[in-house]
Design a protein around this ligand. Structure first.
Ligand SMILES: [Zn+2]
Length: 132
């Protein structure tokens, strides 16, 4: 017998996460990173989420779902993709693509920028960094 208070009465694993019935009787959805209850909204953690983590319920969420979450999160993913593209472009034009240069260009580059303008700025950036 465990004395640990239980927060989850029953759960069902679905595509979008773990659907639980809490011991309070309310239904919530737990994902890899969140619980839909009010407490989680305030404290960024809750009994449901902690119990799900402890019982390793989160690992039951289909992998497909985790990728979908990552995709919808406004994370640094887009920035990374852009940096990769910048690095490739610089290499293609024989411009040294150090992290400093790629980071600086990532902040400057816009979708309406012409490739020639971009190269011009890249070259300036390289020489200004070299003179530091
Ligand atoms: Zn919760």
């Amino acid at each position: 017998m465990s004395n640990t208070k239980s927060y989850i009465q029953e759960f069902t694993v679905k595509e979008d996460g773990i659907h639980i019935i809490a011991t309070s009787g309310n239904a919530y959805l737990i994902t890899r990173t969140s619980c839909s209850c009010k407490g989680f909204g305030f404290r960024k953690t809750c009994g449901h989420f902690q119990e799900a983590t402890e019982k390793d319920l989160l690992s039951l969420i289909p992998v497909k779902t985790i990728q979908q979450i990552a995709h919808h999160k406004p994370s640094g993913k887009l920035v990374d993709e852009r940096k990769k593209a910048i690095r490739k472009y610089l290499t293609l034009h024989s411009i040294p693509s150090s992290d400093d240069i790629v980071n600086a260009l990532e902040k400057i580059v816009t979708q309406t920028m012409k490739p020639s303008e971009f190269l011009e700025i890249a070259k300036k950036e390289v020489s200004s960094l070299a003179s530091k």
